[in-house]
Design a protein around this ligand. Structure first.
Ligand code: PGA
Length: 255
């Protein structure tokens, strides 16, 4: 990453894992590993763990995120949680448009865009996930897919709002599969995403936006991925559930 322009963000995406006591235990184990971090450290926990996590990180440099929010403020939306509700609990970040939400729960670029605007209005920091499927990469349309997702997901934002967003480049074929994009593939995609943001807004906005890599990032491969100039951190699933591994990734992002 370019440390002169941006600070790395290492965010754990716990997905549907950990009971409340387990969440507390994991955060307690992460605390000493994050204490001297030279990067921002975030844990994105299930809704039921948010209060526990917010309480557990008090007085530390660890930030708490949720894994989704709805676009309406309130109403008849059974099973959904609004951005204001997250804010009220003390949440700072929210993951939006994760490929598992798109794949299993019918989320589209249009709803991601609406959720993003709601998150920004509630002063949450959004982590917006984009990335191509394997067959899209094989067909040679990775750039088209990433460009389209950026244009649709960030449609209608001001440059100031765009600067508040974190983008997570997560090739769908690398998520939970153990197949990591090579550092060069990650760099190429993250640089392309930044070039799209520069065209949509301006180069100062593109330089300011954090672009993370996500997809089987772990203690072993993190340093190489994070050494790339356009890779500003990571969104980490599996490896964020083990404190020592997450600690190694934090260390790799801190040098
Ligand atoms: P993974 O998940 O690290 O387990 O591949 C990443 C993510 O889905 O954000």
């Amino acid at each position: 990453m370019n440390k002169n322009l941006r600070k790395a963000i290492i965010a754990g995406n716990w997905k549907m894992n950990k009971t409340r006591p387990e969440a507390k235990e994991l955060i307690e184990a992460i605390k000493p590993l994050a204490a001297n971090a030279g990067c921002e450290v975030v844990v994105c926990v299930p809704f039921t763990n948010l209060e526990t996590a917010v309480e557990a990180v008090k007085g530390t440099n660890i930030h708490v995120g949720a894994q989704n929010c709805h676009f309406e403020k309130s109403g008849a939306f059974t099973g959904e949680i609004s951005a204001d509700m997250l804010k009220e609990v003390g949440v700072e970040y929210v993951v939006l448009g994760h490929s598992e939400r798109r794949q299993y729960f019918g989320e589209t670029d249009e709803t991601v865009n609406k959720r993003l605007k709601a998150a920004l209005a509630a002063e949450l920091k959004p982590i917006v996930c984009i990335g191509e499927l394997l067959w899209e990469r094989e067909c040679g349309i990775t750039e088209e897919v990433l460009g389209k997702q950026c244009k649709l997901d960030f449609y209608g934002l001001t440059a100031d709002e765009m600067k508040k967003c974190v983008i997570a480049y997560e090739p769908v074929w690398a998520i939970g599969t153990g197949k990591t994009a090579t550092a060069d593939q990650a760099e190429e995609a993250c640089a392309y995403i930044r070039s799209v943001i520069a065209k949509m807004f301006d180069s100062a906005t593109a330089d300011a936006v954090t672009v993370q890599y996500g997809g089987s990032m772990n203690a072993k491969n993190a340093a190489e991925l994070l050494s790339k100039v356009n890779v500003d951190g990571g969104l980490i699933g599996g490896a964020s559930l083990k404190a020592p591994d997450f600690g190694e990734i934090i260390k790799a992002a801190s040098v």
